[in-house]
Every structure is written in structure tokens, then in C-alpha cells.
Design a protein around this ligand. Sequence first.
Ligand SMILES: Nc1ncnc2c1ncn2[C@@H]1O[C@H](COP(=O)(O)OP(=O)(O)OP(=O)(O)O)[C@@H](O)[C@H]1O
Length: 253
Amino acid sequence: MPPLVRAEKVTKKILHSASGERAEHEVEILRGIDLEVQQGEMLSIVGASGAGKSTLLHVLGTLDLPTSGRIVYEGQDVTHLPSSRLADFRNRSIGFVFQFHHLLPEFTAVENVMMPGLIRGAPRSAMHAKATKLLDDVGLKHRLSHRPGELSGGEQQRVALARALVMEPKLVLADEPTGNLDSVTSEAMHELFFELNRERNVTFLIVTHSEKLASLMPRVVTMRDGRVERDDRKSDVAYREPERSAPEIAPES
Ligand SMILES: Nc1ncnc2c1ncn2[C@@H]1O[C@H](COP(=O)(O)OP(=O)(O)OP(=O)(O)O)[C@@H](O)[C@H]1O
């Protein structure tokens, strides 16, 4: 099985002009990223502010093109797909959860969750049933008809998560998903991620500054200055056979 997603020698350069200056200079934000993520993995991307984490997430999510290198999903290079096919692929295959959840303020929770399906022309009644079930799954059965402005930050974030899952993507990309939530609500969200991973085999790639969340994740990729500095898999340690003490021998009676 090919990896769910693979970044191959990905670079991202942008032209930037410092404030007050007219001259533009090239800034290299990603400097040759190689990364493979298997279906069902739980991975967090950490690193100092400005290391390139969000840029990498955008490029992996096909929201932004790399300057060079390739993004490959299940063996298929999606880097050069025409934009309409890319949008269709993205809509079907990837769910996004960002810190500022980008819910549509004039629509209710259930309508926000239905939206990705409605955009693709899915039947309204089927989408309504699916969105209702998902909102129930994230503990918001009693908030279906509330608009985002009538929901707490944590509730809005759970609506965004339900929306990210409505097309049943294999992959969810999240950028600081609990960045503006209090610790209790954050922990409830973290539990939800792991539950969705266990029960639906959804792969999560989560950019976070939360040490708590990173400490829970089986794989942590650390970025520095546009490069992958470390790629730590805690499961390697967790699954190592524990050292056994000598078996106890029951005394002969
Ligand atoms: N459009 C842009 N124009 C100029 N510089 C940019 C642009 N986009 C990103 N950068 C710069 O690229 C670097 C990486 O940005 P990015 O948002 O990926 O970092 P990050 O690791 O996610 O940081 P943070 O943890 O603060 O969110 C930063 O130095 C940022 O200022």
C-alpha cells in the first residue's frame, strides 16, 4: 500500500518585500521536505513560530502549490492536477480544521456541516441526516439550529470538526485546532480526535503549539527553518517488548 500522503523534496519560496522597501527578495519557507504519512496515523507537527508548519499543512492539503517537489496521495501525484479536479479531490479527500474555524455566520450549525456536500450537489435530505448524526457524535445534538455566533468557541470548533468529517475524508489537516480553547474544552477535542482515529481510522495531521497534545501523539515531526528537524515515533518505544523479570516459580508444596 502506498502511503496516504507523501511530500517529496517540497520547497516553497515566496517573493517578499520588507515594509517600506520596494525591492522584493525571495524567501524560502520550505527547504526540501520529505514526509510520508500512512493511513490511520496520528501525527503532530511542532516547531518554533515561523518554522513553516502552516505553510507545509497548506501545501500538503493542496491549498497552496509547492515551488518544487511533489505531493502524492495514495500513489497519485496531485501537484499538477488542473485546479477544478484539484478542488474536487480536496473536497472529497481532505477535511480541514483551523484555529479560526471559518464557519459561515449566517448559517446554522447543521447547515454549516452540510455545506461541503451541498457544494458537490449531494441530496439535501441525505446531507441533513449525515450532518445531524455527526453533530450528535461530537456532542452537539442540542445545538443543530444555532448559528456560530450563538455557540461557544469549543462548540464552534466541534461544528468545524463535524464539517471536516462530513465527506468522510481519510485525512484531516488541523492547524492549531485547540489554539483558542480553554484546557478542559481542548482536552475534550483531543479525545474526540483519538476516538475518530480509532473508530473510523481517520488520519490526523495536527499543527500545534500545545505540548499537551503533542505529548499524546504517537508521531511528532519537529520543523525548524523550513526543514524537518526530527521525526519521532513514540510507538517504536511503546511497542518494544518490556524487559521481563525472571518468571516466578511457585514453591513446591
Ligand atoms: N505570504 C507570505 N509573505 C511573507 N512571508 C510569509 C508568507 N507566508 C509565510 N511567510 C513566512 O514564512 C515563515 C513560515 O510561516 P508559517 O506560517 O508556515 O510558520 P509556522 O511555523 O506555522 O508559524 P506559527 O507557529 O507562528 O504559526 C514565516 O517566517 C512567515 O513570516
